[in-house]
Design a binder for this molecule. Sequence first.
Ligand SMILES: Nc1nc2c(ncn2[C@@H]2O[C@H](COP(=O)(O)OP(=O)(O)O)[C@@H](O)[C@H]2O)c(=O)[nH]1
Ligand SMILES: [Mg+2]
Ligand SMILES: [Zn+2]
Length: 321
Amino acid sequence: MKELVEGRVVRVDAKICHVEIDGEILQAAPRGSLFENLEGKKNPVAVGDFVKLDTQNQPAALVEVLPRMNALSRVASSHDPREQVLATNVDQLLVFSSVASPKFSSNRTDRILAACEWHRIPTRLVLNKIDLDKKGLLANFRATYDSVPVPVLETCATNGEGLDALIEVLRGKLTVLYGPSGAGKSTLLNTIQPGLQLKVGKISSHWEQGRHTTTFSRLIHLEMGGAVIDTPGIRVFRLHGIKKSQIRDLFPEFVRVQQNCKFPNCTHDHEPECAVLSALEDGQIAQSRYMSYMEMLVEAAPDDFSFDEEVETEDEEGELE
Ligand SMILES: Nc1nc2c(ncn2[C@@H]2O[C@H](COP(=O)(O)OP(=O)(O)O)[C@@H](O)[C@H]2O)c(=O)[nH]1
Ligand SMILES: [Mg+2]
Ligand SMILES: [Zn+2]
């Protein structure tokens, strides 16, 4: 019997995983058999995975992925319907947005919040650049997300406001960082831990122009305890394998009232005596949240859809992204 070593994946490149074992990084190639029977999944291993390595060869072989506590995944891309796992075994996800430049996107925010409900990953919003809130938008955003509820942190990376609260949220936990390019993630993290020297600004402008840059998720340890997983370049977040009837349960403020809808399977779209639509009229449910819901509802697969048929069986061997 070969002696196998256990470690944690901190970065995944095209064909190599970077695996941390007792503070050391070892590069390992996933064994070919991990790519068999993926059942509609794009990648067999992701950042955050606990894995077993056979270190007798050079490079080491990643032979097994241990069972996951949770996983954040999405539809790989508009051309690729497979499920792409982005991070696993995480404690929470923080959604970073700026109040202005780039402007706040309700749709994008609500999609990732719904994804975290679906994957049962605790989440919070970080509203950064509060110094740029010339139009007083912050109060609206806060009211909207209080009504869900989702905890909101307000920060300003440039003057340090709200940073202490952010530090306490990050301490000792594995946190996925999510947010559009330019929201200020790197600036905030560099302020919290200057040694990180994450690149600020420049790279993000490439993303705004839609240029293809090689990016990868990676796990970064924090000196105060805990770690973050940066997920650069994730722009569109569509849930994999979700059906129309399941979307309504991903909006906590709908869940609180929807048992009062006339029809138990009400989609809150056109049905009469809909409790969600009356809550919307009363202002208890935010307009922007309802619009995000409707967009997700329209694009989700019908309930009688079979995802197995959708997935192409041919495999691009060893391709990890
Ligand atoms: N005014 C203002 N600018 C900020 C703040 N935080 C970050 N920025 C700027 O926003 C730009 C993008 O920041 P960056 O950290 O690269 O964003 P990332 O793409 O989310 O990592 C940089 O030019 C930062 O200096 C803030 O709180 N207020
Ligand atoms: Mg950045
Ligand atoms: Zn309804």
